[in-house]
Design a protein around this ligand. Structure first.
Ligand code: UDP
Ligand code: MN
Length: 277
């Protein structure tokens, strides 16, 4: 009997999840991720940061990776982290590379069922569009000519199959992703889109169930939250963009990520603390 290993259904262990973070968010953002969805993907999730944090490294069983990239929010620093996320995925031999930001909640079981629908031996770039039109830039090699490509917004999370990631190697491997980012002068997620969409001419497949804080998160139906794969949150001054989910009070849970976690996994011990109303 011959059994083709590649046709076995995808499981959580076939997925590499990278979280981009930075020193100043270890306390304010990572803690909640570690206490919630990370618990369901401990072996598969790695954090790409810019410092050594022994405490978090212990808590994550050595899954904190100090990229030695600058701790600034600029193109170079972000592309530097993405380049290492890509290289670490390539070393991992997993089927899928999924990137998220540190203000993202990942619905782990849903991510697995999503990826089961796609063949990792084919080229897939799955994510959420941030613009309703392709990004347009000038072609540096042909002055006057424009280049158009789609990119998946990093803040909503995106996934790339190993087949496609392998084709990205000449442009992204060994830190080359950083050089491409420098060349086109765009942030990390746009650089990934440029490599896939323009250099490799592969399409972006939009997954509606990925959500960044560029969308109106409060509009997600409270009774359908289990169908979504990623969620985020943000506060712009007084204005909050958070998921509308019952659970803890907004004082106890301003990001709503704990309430979301308890909505999805109500049997957890911590979730019994929700006051019945
Ligand atoms: N980030 C970083 N270095 C910084 C600031 C932010 O690596 O100096 C990361 C941060 O941890 C997050 C992502 O970049 O994963 C996006 O940051 P943020 O959510 O603050 O900004 P946004 O672009 O979503 O408004
Ligand atoms: Mn963000």
């Amino acid at each position: 009997l011959r059994f083709n290993l590649n046709t076995r259904p995808t499981t959580l262990n076939d997925i590499f999840i990278s979280v981009k973070t930075t020193e100043k968010f270890h306390e304010s953002r990572l803690k909640i991720l570690l206490d919630t969805w990370f618990q369901y993907a401990k072996e598969q999730t790695y954090f790409f940061t810019d410092t050594n944090d022994e405490k978090l490294n212990k808590k994550t069983n050595n899954h904190m990776i100090n990229t030695n990239c600058s701790a600034l929010h600029n193109r170079q620093a972000l592309c530097c982290k993405m380049a290492q996320e890509y290289d670490t995925f390539m070393e991992s031999k997993k089927r899928w590379f999924c990137h998220v930001d540190d203000d993202t909640y990942v619905n782990v079981p849903k991510l697995v069922t999503l990826l089961q629908k796609y063949n990792h031996t084919q080229d897939w770039y799955l994510g959420k569009l941030s613009l309703k039109h392709p990004l347009q830039i000038m072609d540096i090699n042909q002055p006057g000519k424009k280049i158009e490509f789609w990119f998946a917004t990093g803040g909503a999370g995106f996934c790339i199959s190993r087949s496609l990631a392998l084709k990205m190697m000449p442009h992204a491997g060994g830190g080359r992703l950083m050089a491409v980012g420098e060349e086109i002068r765009l942030p990390d997620d746009c650089t990934v889109g440029y490599i896939i969409g323009h250099l490799l001419k592969k399409p972006l497949t939009e997954v509606e169930d990925f959500h960044s804080h560029l969308e109106a998160l409060w509009l997600l139906r409270p009774n359908q939250l289990e169908k979504h794969v990623t969620f985020s949150y943000s506060y712009y001054g007084e204005k909050m963009n958070i998921v509308n989910v019952p659970g803890f009070s907004e004082d106890e849970d301003p990001t709503r990520l704990w309430s979301l976690h308890c909505y999805l996994f109500p049997y957890l011990k911590k979730c019994r603390d929700i006051k019945q109303s």
